[in-house]
Design a protein around this ligand. Structure first.
Ligand code: SF4
Length: 320
C-alpha cells in the first residue's frame, strides 16, 4: 500500500521440537510508514526478534515461517528465491544487532568489513569502495576515518564498534533499517550518542526503521509508532504520542505503570503480577488473561482478534 515501506500480514512462525509445534509468531499484522520509526516492545520471548528474523527470512532451525505475507517495496519477501532474498538483505534492508563484537569479524579490519557489503551488493571497484567506506566512517561520527579503517574490532570500544555496524548497515542506502536492541550492550552515555546518530541518519537518509527494544523510555523519545508484543502476538499498535497519553490494552497500561508511576505514597514500582507464559504452555483464549484484572469469561475461551480502531490504533482485547 502507498505510504508504507513494509506491511506484514497474518504472519505465523513456529518452532518444531520433537513432536511439539511451538508458535513464536502468531497472526502478526504490522506496517511501517515510509520515513518513520516503529518501535517493537516486549519482554524477552515475546517474539520481537523472531519478527525481525522472519522479515529477513533468517529464522534459525528448527524454526520455520508457516504462512503470511511480508510486503516490502512491492514484493512479498516470503515468495522470493534465496538468491533474490540475499540481494535484499544488507542492501535494501540494513540490519544492526545487539552485540557489536559478535556481529563483526574479529580478524578482518574494520574498513574491509564495510567494503565487503558494498562489493557484494554494488559491484564497485576497490578504490571507489575505499572512498565510500571512509565517508561512511565519517558519517557515523569518526573524526579519524583513515585510522579506523585499518583497525581491528578489538581495538575499538563497544560504542565505536556499534558505529561501525551502523556504517555497514547504511552502506547501501537501505530503505529499511532493522535494529534489534542496538544499545543494550552500551553504557547510558554511549547509548544516547548512538540513538541520536540513528535519529539523524533516519532523517537525512530518508530511511524507515524497525527498532526492537524492551525499553519503553527509549521509544518514548525515539519512535513514531509503537507496537506491544506479548507471547508472539501484537497486542496494541499506536502512534507513540497517543500511546503514552492513553495506553489502551491492559498489558500496555501495566507496562507503563511499571516504569513511569512512582506516586508519592508508593515506595516500590508497580509490576504486572504473574509471569510471561512459556510459548509451549500458552493458556486458552487471550494469552494475557491470567494476569489481567479485567478478564471476562470470553477472555478465557476465545482469543481476541486484532481490531482497527481508526486513527492508526490497533488493539487485541475484548474491552474494545
Ligand atoms: Fe484482559 Fe480480556 Fe482484554 Fe485479554 S481480552 S487483555 S483478558 S480484557
Amino acid at each position: 500500500m502507498e505510504g508504507y515501506i513494509i506491511e506484514i500480514s497474518n504472519l505465523y512462525t513456529s518452532f518444531f521440537i520433537d513432536t511439539q509445534v511451538i508458535p513464536v509468531i502468531n497472526d502478526l499484522n504490522l506496517r511501517i510508514k515510509k520515513g518513520k520509526v516503529l518501535g517493537l516492545i516486549g519482554e524477552s520471548g515475546s517474539g520481537k526478534t523472531m519478527t525481525a528474523l522472519s522479515i529477513l527470512r533468517l529464522v534459525p532451525s528448527p524454526g520455520k515461517i508457516i504462512s503470511g505475507r511480508v510486503c516490502f517495496e512491492g514484493k512479498d519477501l516470503l515468495s522470493l528465491t534465496n538468491r533474490e532474498m540475499e540481494s535484499i538483505r544488507g542492501n535494501r534492508i540494513g540490519m544492526i544487532f545487539q552485540e557489536p563484537m559478535t556481529a563483526l569479524n574479529p580478524v578482518i579490519r574494520v574498513g574491509e568489513q564495510i567494503s565487503e557489503t558494498l562489493i557484494t551488493h554494488k559491484g564497485l571497484s576497490k578504490k571507489e569502495v575505499r572512498e565510500i567506506s571512509l565517508e561512511l566512517l565519517k558519517k557515523v561520527g569518526f573524526e579519524d576515518p583513515g585510522k579506523r579503517y585499518i583497525q581491528y574490532p578489538h581495538q575499538l570500544s563497544g560504542g565505536q564498534r556499534q558505529r561501525v555496524l551502523i556504517a555497514i548497515a547504511i552502506s547501501c542506502n537501505p530503505s529499511l533499517l532493522i535494529a534489534d536492541e542496538p544499545t543494550t550492550a552500551l553504557d547510558v552515555a554511549t547509548e544516547a550518542q548512538i540513538l541520536s546518530l540513528l535519529k539523524e541518519l533516519i532523517e537525512t537518509q530518508n530511511m524507515s526503521m524497525l527498532f526492537i527494544t524492551h525499553n519503553l523510555n527509549i521509544m518514548k523519545r525515539f519512535g513514531d509508532h509503537i507496537g506491544i508484543m506479548y507471547a508472539g502476538r501484537l497486542l496494541e499498535m499506536a502512534p507513540v504520542v497517543d500511546f503514552f497519553n492513553e495506553p489502551l490494552h491492559p498489558y500496555s497500561k501495566g507496562l507503563i505503570d511499571s516504569i513511569f508511576t512512582l506516586r508519592p505514597n508508593e515506595k516500590r514500582l508497580k509490576v504486572i503480577p504473574g509471569f510471561v507464559p512459556r510459548l509451549s504452555e500458552l493458556p486458552e483464549g487471550c494469552k494475557f488473561h491470567p494476569r489481567c484484572n479485567y478478564a471476562m469469561d470470553i477472555c478465557k475461551k476465545d482469543e481476541p482478534p486484532m481490531q482497527d480502531l481508526g486513527n492508526e490504533r490497533w488493539i487485541r482485547c475484548y474491552l474494545f
